[in-house]
Write a new protein. Structure first.
Length: 245
């Protein structure tokens, strides 16, 4: 059993951001789609509230805002995201910066560390969040990203394809004949991101991977990033099987 016991130690100098855009294309109204009896976004919000951190929910959706206004989640702020920061091509870091700036202005304080939790992968616990934060502190990192062991390797069984249908390995210089001989690879599982505030607020920074970045390795079953109907079914199964919801 993977039990979520709740944690403390994040501190009020840590801000958790949760972003939910209303215009989801892969699955319409994804944030409020029920997963094992709760709206998808609610799993992430409840996990965040189990941590000793300030929490802000950012959305451009009246339905999402109304859902949380009705719940009145204690310990979480709601911020309306401007339409220009909720487009298909809006960089997520820009939307996170807006949420951080709004919260700092509202609370009249500056947060040292920002944790962004992606609602599309609720296969995490409050303990995972705390461990990722502790790794960030131990490494004195600029960023931390969560990963899972890769289910496919670019060195062995992932290929590129051209318009004719011809394929080749991503890294043609890496020659192995057995899966057991390949170097470990990891998937970004779109669950937990930890940022140093000063790094994050710099508009020249566009990806956590361009920083002094470390990986928090999660369990293989925590890989699922919901982007389509199949992912919903897989995520529901994994939550029941491993989180016992």
């Amino acid at each position: 059993m993977h039990k979520d016991t709740g944690v403390s130690g994040g501190g009020m100098d840590t801000l958790i951001t949760i972003l939910a855009r209303g215009g989801s294309k892969g699955v319409p109204n994804k944030a409020l789609r029920l997963v094992n009896g709760k709206p998808l976004i609610q799993w992430t919000v409840e996990q965040a509230l189990r941590c000793d951190c300030t929490v802000v929910i950012s959305s451009d959706s009246e339905d999402i805002m109304a859902h949380f206004l009705g719940m009145k989640p204690k310990g979480a702020f709601l911020v309306w995201r401007p339409k220009e920061l909720a487009q298909d091509d809006t960089p997520k870091l820009d939307a996170i910066r807006h949420a951080v700036n709004w919260t700092e202005g509202f609370t009249d304080k500056q947060y040292h560390t920002i944790i962004d939790l992606d609602i599309c992968n609720p296969l995490r616990t409050a303990d995972d969040i705390q461990k990722a934060l502790q790794l960030f502190k131990d490494k004195k990192a600029q960023t931390v990203v969560s990963v899972t062991p890769a289910r496919r390797s670019p060195y062995f069984n992932m290929v590129e394809m051209d318009e004719t249908g011809a394929v080749w390995l991503f890294n043609t210089g890496y020659k192995v004949t057995r899966r057991q001989d390949i170097d470990p690879a990891f998937d970004l599982n779109c669950s937990i991101y930890v940022y140093d505030r000063d790094w994050l607020v710099n508009p020249n920074n566009i990806s956590p991977l361009q920083a002094d970045c470390y990986a928090y390795v999660m369990q293989p079953w925590q890989f699922c990033d919901i982007d389509n109907e199949v992912d919903f079914k897989v995520c529901e199964f994994l939550m029941k099987e491993y989180m016992h919801v």
